[in-house]
Structure formats: C-alpha cells, structure tokens
Design a protein around this ligand. Sequence first.
Ligand SMILES: [Zn+2]
Length: 209
Amino acid sequence: MGLCPLHADRRPSFLVEPGKNLFYCYGCGRGGDVIRFAELYHGVRFTEALTVLWRWRGAGSLLEDVSKFYQIQLHCQTAARRYLAQRGVHQPEVIEQLRIGFAPGRCLGRWLPLLGHSRQALQQVGLLNDAGHDSFSQRIVFPLEANLYGRSIGKAAPHRLLPGGKGGLYSWEKVRSYPDLILVEGLFDLAVLWQAGFPNVTCALGNCR
Ligand SMILES: [Zn+2]
C-alpha cells in the first residue's frame, strides 16, 4: 500500500498485489493490471503502454525509438496524413515499409526519457535544440540509416537532417543488387515509385541541410 501515482494522494490508498500483478486505488477508484497502469500513468493507449513496459527492461537504440514514436504519431495526426496524401503517398504498406512518421513537436523531451534516454543524449544527437525544444516539429519523418530526414508540413524551412551522418544513397545495400536503378531527387518521389511497384529506386541524402 502506498501513495497513488495517478492522483494527488495524501494518505496511502494505492494497493498493489504483486503476486497477481494487479493494482487498485481506494482514492481514485482506478485499478487493473500492469498494462492498464502504464496506460494511465503515461496517458497512452494499449500498444504504446506495451512499448513503455518493454523499454523498462532497457533502452533501445535512440534513433530507433524516436522513429517508432514518430510512426505512432502519424496515425493520430490528420494534417500529416493529409500532407502525405497530397504528395501522392497513400498505401499503408509503403508507409509501413519506409517507416514514415510524423514529429508533432514539443513532446520528445517528455517521452524519450520514459524509454530510458536522457535529455542530454537527445541534445547531443540534435533531436532537442539548445533550448530543449524538439528540433523536428511539424515534420513528416523518414528514418535513414544513421539519421532522420524531416519534411516540414508548415512554414518552417522545408528540409531537415540531424547533424552528422549525412550523405549516401537511400537503402543502398538493398537496391545495389538490381541490374537497373532509378535515381530520384527525394524520398517522396521514392515512396511514390515504390507504391507504383518499382523497388529499384534510390535517392541522394546529402543534398539538404
Ligand atoms: Zn488514485
């Protein structure tokens, strides 16, 4: 029995039954299993709660976790999906394969530490700026090998990459085995061609800041 982390509790009213992995709060009346607790505590849905619980076992790769987080965000952001559709990208399979996501902004500093990544690490990589704000904000995000590409859907400068790790051709190791290659200007062109059934496409990644 202890103070409830889900409401402003003054006297211990939060009961945990470790043997059954259940909790119940006599103060706010909420209860359930460990997944339900993660949902309530982090204010997330079932699948995100599972991710949090999974990550409690140890932090994953930072860019990998950020990409996954942005992928989840894409599903909840109508403006981002509308922008993708305007650019001709609509097949869910292609969005999934390219792991396209959306950075809403103002949330990494709160979310990523829950997955075991320090704010300092986020700043070092360039995901948070010196003021501690998300450097990718209101951007469609494509995960690259050791970087992220973000295309602004608003008024900000259109292209953004994290500092370092620029250059090269997208997915080169996969596409190099094709006898013919199509080189396009950017990732949206690539996505549209993938959608049209051309997997032998790549684009250059070092030509934007
Ligand atoms: Zn409570």
